[in-house]
Design a protein around this ligand. Structure first.
Ligand code: UGA
Length: 459
């Protein structure tokens, strides 16, 4: 196949669509990214990226000037001009805990109406198991000619914050299709991606769709598991990070996703675990381990409040809390389902005054939490606070001058929920510090009054 002639379109210019589109353009393909949001497309045409993602702006601008990457709202024409179409629209959770695939269905209908040649349709969005059949039947019912099409389910595994690197260096590429020809074509398109040949898996659509949900659910399970173990370690005086690294050396377990913290958030894990539980329930299966992972995740926010309360003589009322980090994790401006939202709301409910700072996520958080005090600098946020609460693992927070901070605060109290600070350095400056999973190294705090504290926090 002459790749210069392959015209690729990506429908949906959000996180996944932009990474797929700009990376394929960088490989030399002619890519058009389309979206119904004309505002977004106008900005993208000028090389302005609506999200914060390292390296994205440069990649988009480079490929716009190389005339390989284009943006449009004209979805009809984009489809007519392409032989390969990626669907990368959002599939948010609906009120019944299911993934809402109405955007995917709408794109399928537009594809059908514009099917003017044989095409390969790749579903990149995370979609409920069996969605490829719905897409297929929509196209079949609405197409007006005999052109053929194949549906390829090709889930994406990139993480926000390291999206481009993850896309270019994946552990595996899952290509789900019944058609060998389409499998080979997509494999060729992705041939510049750095992935071991044996990890490029040809499977059917159903398996590909399932692999995506199971991967995210297993990772979420790992996070909840280590959070629960970290809470246990805090009670028995063991360092959870040393436990995690010892356990993670077993290749059957692996070292990744064993960092304790305030719980998992983001646009994927909470949505996908909920969707898998709901899908399983439709088949009379209760996914008890995954349900437990969700419950532990909710409880972890209460655990954070309990710890902070214990550091502040069991009273959060009228205390000024300097929250460092609002994004659901470092290196992103995304606050969707960020643990910071629930934790801050609980703190407010308990009478705390919130001063908050995040290097990139303040603008996004303002619509979620309009009534907290935002600052454009960590030191201003911290000034006169009763406690510093670190909720996101931004590198910037590791480099703060805590000697200077010790003179700015009302009380020298820190809860580092991401274990990013050097505990000895902080303790030497006479701070009282606690963490998630390393209480034995920080201040030893007794949690014997836990149930009482919990009562107060929730009611
Ligand atoms: C996740 C998956 O990791 C990707 O493979 C997948 O493609 C993506 O969802 C998706 O479905 O689109 P992402 O949501 O960007 O990626 O974020 P992660 O890096 O997976 O982190 C998820 C949450 O778990 C964050 O809140 C993070 O702070 C937390 N986490 C992660 C921990 O608390 N501890 C860890 O050790 C790892």
């Amino acid at each position: 196949m002459n790749k210069q002639l392959s015209k690729i379109s990506v429908i949906g210019s959000g996180y996944i669509g932009l990474v797929v589109g700009s990376c394929l353009a960088d490989f030399g393909y002619n890519v058009v990214c389309a979206d119904i949001d004309s505002n977004k497309i106008d900005r993208l045409k000028k090389g302005e990226i609506p999200i914060f993602e390292n390296g994205m702006e440069e990649l988009v601008q480079k490929n716009i000037s190389n005339k390989l990457l284009h943006f449009t709202v004209n979805i009809n024409k984009t489809i007519q001009d392409s032989e390969i179409i990626f669907i990368a629209v959002n599939t948010p959770t609906n009120s019944r805990g299911r993934a809402d695939i109405s955007a995917v269905e709408a794109v399928a209908k537009v594809i059908a109406e514009n099917l003017n040649s044989n095409k390969i349709i790749c579903i990149k969005s995370t979609v409920p198991i069996g969605t490829h059949k719905i897409v297929e039947s929509i196209i079949r019912q609405n197409k007006k000619n005999d052109f053929t099409f194949d549906i390829v389910s090709i889930p994406e595994f990139l993480r926000e914050g390291s999206a481009i690197n993850d896309f270019l260096n994946p552990d595996r590429i899952i290509i789900g299709t019944e058609s060998r020809a389409s499998y080979l074509k997509i494999k060729e398109i992705f041939s510049k991606i750095n992935c071991k040949q044996e990890n490029i898996i040809w499977t059917n659509n159903l398996s590909a769709e399932t692999i995506k949900y199971v991967s995210n659910s297993f990772l979420a399970l790992k996070v909840s598991f280590i959070n629960e173990i970290a809470n246990f370690c805090d009670e028995v005086g063991v360092d959870a990070l040393s436990v995690a690294s010892g356990v993670g050396l077993d290749r059957r377990i692996g070292p990744l996703f064993l960092k304790p913290g305030p719980g998992f958030g983001g646009s994927c894990f909470p949505k996908d675990v909920q969707a898998l539980v709901t899908m399983a329930r439709d088949h009379n299966i209760e996914l008890e381990t995954i349900k437990a992972a969700m419950k532990i995740n909710e409880m972890q926010q209460i655990r954070v409040i309990q710890k902070l309360s214990a550091l502040l003589d069991n009273s959060l009322n009228n205390k000024t809390i300097a929250v460092l980090g609002l994004a659901f994790k470092g290196n992103t401006d995304d606050v969707r389902k960020s643990p910071a939202i629930g934790i801050i709301k609980l703190l407010q409910k308990n009478g705390s005054i919130i001063n908050a700072y995040d290097p990139k996520a303040i603008q996004n958080m303002k619509s979620e939490l309009p009534d907290i005090n935002y600052f454009d600098d960590a030191y201003k946020t911290i000034a006169n606070s009763d406690a510093i609460l670190i909720l996101t693992d931004w590198d910037e927070f590791k480099k703060l001058d805590f000697d200077k901070i010790s003179k700015l605060v009302k009380q020298q109290v820190i809860l580092d929920t991401r274990n990013i600070l050097d505990i000895d350095y902080i303790k030497n400056l006479n701070f009282v510090i606690d963490t998630i999973g390393r209480s034995c190294l920080a201040k030893k705090i007794s949690f014997q009054n836990y149930s009482k504290i919990k009562q107060k926090i929730i009611n």
